[in-house]
Write a protein that binds this ligand. Structure first.
Ligand SMILES: C[C@H]1O[C@H](OP(=O)(O)OP(=O)(O)OC[C@H]2O[C@@H](n3cnc4c(=O)[nH]c(N)nc43)[C@H](O)[C@@H]2O)[C@@H](O)[C@@H](O)C1=O
Length: 321
């Protein structure tokens, strides 16, 4: 079997490649890499995966990649994924996520292939929900509260439309917060871990700079997420959409406190007004029963282990820089 992973240089894509190599050694892995993308997260995979240069914004490049890789399965994980950047660069976010996904699906059609395609939507599509609307089911209303969320609604709906109109075997996930080693520095738990590691190393003074600590999230481990995505294309139904997420509910402040508990020195924190958003999504608790029933998946790694590993990853990066 041949798989193509877009976003293979990112946190989830690199862990998915690790998972496949570890559990399904006969699978041939191809990865889409944007020109000049940093490849630190997949340096350890050299010689074990085939990389193809291309760009989601460039249909011609995607057709060339599809014809070369000829995947049986496509995991589309590449995206502009940072909510805050979407407020400052909304058009860029829409282009990469909506047009880029459309280009990818068109490339599959142009190359005359019929793979199962994982389209990675997001819990952000549900936007701000009220207390009586949780746990969030796939049937909850979509009320996107950021340009990023709008882009994921567009990506999600284009995948549905290509299934309905052309029979493309798209399966959509709406993943809730997931993290672990290789998480981008900008996200909440990752910037906290990075700042703590810098304070421990004497590279920055206390306090850790934070934004809104009251948001509620469930935290899934990226390695559980990678296993979920594999199971999705093994056992899921084309045309369907599935919520996926962790089962421990924490405020962002509680996540910070867990990380502080692992620190080797006292850590303080202070709110930086620049880290507050024009609108924030403060309550995200999923109902993942549809996905669990379809695949048998459930999360295995507790948030404490995830956050310990994330801090270890940030410490390691700082010690090497
Ligand atoms: C499922 C979804 O998950 C992610 O989106 P996100 O939830 O917006 O992620 P985040 O880590 O940027 O914010 C989480 C919460 O934490 C608050 N917060 C406090 N203090 C800081 C802070 O200092 N930095 C950041 N970034 N957030 C902070 C912030 O206001 C928000 O309420 C992406 O993977 C996205 O791609 C995705 O699809």
């Amino acid at each position: 079997m041949r798989v193509l992973i877009t976003g293979i240089t990112g946190m989830v894509g690199s862990h998915l490649a690790d998972y496949i190599l570890g559990h399904h050694p006969g699978v041939e892995i191809h990865g889409l890499v944007r020109w000049r993308s940093p490849i630190d997260n997949i340096a350890h995979l050299t010689g074990r995966v085939t990389l193809h240069q291309g760009d989601l914004r460039d249909l011609t490049s995607l057709i060339t990649v599809m014809k070369a890789a000829r995947p049986d399965r496509v995991f589309h994980l590449a995206a502009q994924s940072y909510v805050v950047t979407s407020f400052t660069a909304p058009a860029d976010t829409l282009h990469t996520n909506v047009i880029g996904t459309t280009n990818l699906m068109d490339a599959v059609r142009w190359a005359d292939l019929d793979p199962r395609i994982h389209i990675c939507s997001s819990s952000e599509v549900y936007g701000q929900v009220t207390a009586d609307e949780v746990p969030i089911r796939e049937t909850n209303p979509l009320r996107p509260a950021s340009p990023y969320a709008v882009s994921k609604v567009g990506e999600d709906m284009m995948a549905l439309q290509y299934f309905l109109s052309y029979g493309l075997k798209t399966l959509r996930t709406r993943m809730f917060t997931h993290t672990g080693p290789r998480r981008g520095d900008v996200f909440a738990e990752s910037t906290f871990a990075k700042q703590i590691a810098e304070i421990e190393a004497g590279r920055r003074p206390n306090p850790v700079q934070v934004g809104n600590l009251d948001s509620v999230r469930t935290l899934a481990d990226v390695r559980d997420a990678a296993r979920a995505y594999w199971l999705l294309l093994e056992k899921g139904t084309p045309g369907e959409v599935y919520n996926i997420g962790g089962d421990r509910t924490l405020t962002v402040g509680e996540i910070l406190e867990i990380l502080k508990g692992f620190a080797t020195c006292p850590i303080e924190h202070a709110v930086d007004p620049a880290r507050l958003r024009p609108s924030d999504v403060t309550l995200q608790i999923p109902d993942t029963s549809r996905f669990r029933e379809a695949t048998g998946w459930c999360p295995e790694i507790p948030p404490e282990d995830t956050l310990r590993d994330l801090l270890a990853y940030q410490r390691n990066r700082i010690s090497r820089s």
